[in-house]
Ligand binder design. Structure first.
Ligand code: ADP
Length: 425
């Protein structure tokens, strides 16, 4: 079917988060890793198509080239409405890439207005009078101030966006949004008559997001923002009758086969999850320094002896002190790459021994494993924890289930919860 919404996300875990929120509606969601070739997959497009790119911090021209390609593919698949997804903390540099990509998409679509709504009130990201807050802190006073790639030193989204775009930037503030859909639509029209093409929309609550989505879903072919505003769209489309719930869902053919947890995340929550699951499964710890010296032979042999059906955990997850030591010995880049490579190789080995259900912890680690397995498309299944769904993919003609969890997502029993949910599906 022609997608009811074509989404382009500027990074992989952002795309997964978006896909998970859209899938809460029960409508089919498909996540493509990178832009599919020409017309590949166009015929099997579903209601919500999400293309995951890696263009948050690449040079502006590269981001525009990548997103233009993604747009072309979505258009070929039949999409007429589009969503440009970026981080809820508006991660960008003085040049872009949020504004320039939006302007390119607007030009392609021949539209004269779009909105910018990174707010995610459930996760403490709110916008008031154009200022973005992280919890109770202004963005510029939050830890994002010191982000290594996109330090956010201003919280005023109008001011942040203006140098990124050619046309005028304006604000639909919370006082207008609080008055409801009609008032917001009127404000957008007034701004349009003043030549304001880029409108920051305040939102401090879920209700605000609903108002904004209701005011714009039918009128604007391009919306931009975080996953939370996009998450409000499926219900509106269902109400408008532009899409229907079908009896089939992505969970219809859940892979059975063996199970494995692979963890390359060293985040605080992952460390708890690993400790918890290690007490319930056979586990193997990978030490990057040992891997650099002796290779992965011992880990491969260990995995070979495991039955695919038994709970098994392989992790490089370590305390900050140990990570620092490994990085000092090997260099940060080498330590990371080594761990990611070995985990990816072990995933493939496990697949060949019959494992069909994988839980992977770590954003970068997930990306590396997906790439190593050559997976290009994920169907979104049931949500294990907020923002982390089971996903299903084809690998060498077999269906596999993958739960890809970044850093601090999920509770202590996440790994166990994930398999339980799949068994119940
Ligand atoms: P998260 O989502 O928690 O940030 P990522 O997978 O994105 O997790 O990042 C963790 C990084 O740390 C990966 O590149 C991984 O290879 C690396 N890593 C994992 N374990 C170790 C370790 N013991 N020493 C050094 N680096 C490690």
């Amino acid at each position: 079917m022609a997608p009811v919404l074509g989404c382009i996300a500027d990074d992989f875990t952002g795309a997964t988060d978006l896909a998970a929120l859209l899938a809460r509606s029960g409508l089919p969601v498909s996540l493509r890793v990178g832009v599919p070739a020409e017309t590949e997959g166009v015929a099997d497009a579903v209601a919500f198509e999400v293309i995951a790119l890696k263009c948050r911090t690449v040079p502006v021209e590269d981001a525009i080239a990548q997103t233009r390609q993604a747009y072309s593919w979505l258009k070929k698949a039949g999409a007429t409405r589009f969503f440009w997804k970026y981080c809820s903390t508006f991660d960008s540099t003085a040049e872009g890439n949020i504004g320039p990509v939006a302007e390119m998409l607007m030009a392609e679509l021949g539209t004269t207005q779009t909105i910018y709504c990174p707010a995610f009130p459930e996760n403490g990201r709110s916008i008031f009078m154009g200022h973005l807050f992280v919890g109770e802190q202004l963005l510029s006073e939050s830890p994002m101030r010191d982000h290594p790639l996109t330090p956010m030193r201003d919280s005023n989204l109008v001011r942040l966006l203006a140098p990124q775009v050619q046309k005028k930037v304006g604000l639909a503030n919370r006082l207008v949004v609080a008055k409801g859909t009609a008032a917001l639509q009127e404000k957008l029209e007034n701004l349009a008559s003043e030549g304001v093409m880029h409108v920051i929309t305040d939102a401090v609550s879920d209700q605000d997001l609903e108002t904004i989505a209701a005011a714009t879903a039918a009128n604007l072919p391009l919306l931009t923002g975080g996953s939370a505003i996009a998450g409000k769209l499926p219900r509106i489309y269902l109400e408008q009758g532009v899409v229907q719930l079908s009896a089939t869902s992505n969970s219809d053919s859940v892979p059975k086969g063996g199970q494995l947890v692979l963890s390359g995340s060293c985040s605080a929550m992952t460390r708890k999850q690993v400790a918890y699951y290690a007490s319930k499964s056979a586990s193997l710890r990978l030490d990057p320094v040992a891997l650099a010296g002796e290779g992965a032979g011992a880990a491969e042999a260990w995995l070979q002896q495991r039955s695919a059906e038994e709970p098994t955990l392989i992790f490089a997850t370590a305390e900050p002190e140990d990570v620092r030591k490994a990085q000092e010995k090997l260099g940060l880049e080498k330590a990371s790459q080594l761990v990611e490579q070995v985990l990816a190789d072990l995933a493939l080995q496990a697949f060949h021994s019959g494992v069909r259900r994988f839980v992977v912890a770590g954003g970068e680690t997930s990306g590396a494993i997906i790439q190593a397995l050559g997976i290009k498309r994920l169907d979104i299944g049931p949500e294990i924890a907020p923002g982390v769904p089971w996903t299903f993919a084809e690998l060498e003609g077999e269906r596999v289930a993958l739960a890809l969890k970044s850093g601090n997502f999920g509770g202590e029993a996440f790994f166990e919860d994930a398999f339980k949910l799949l068994e119940a599906a």
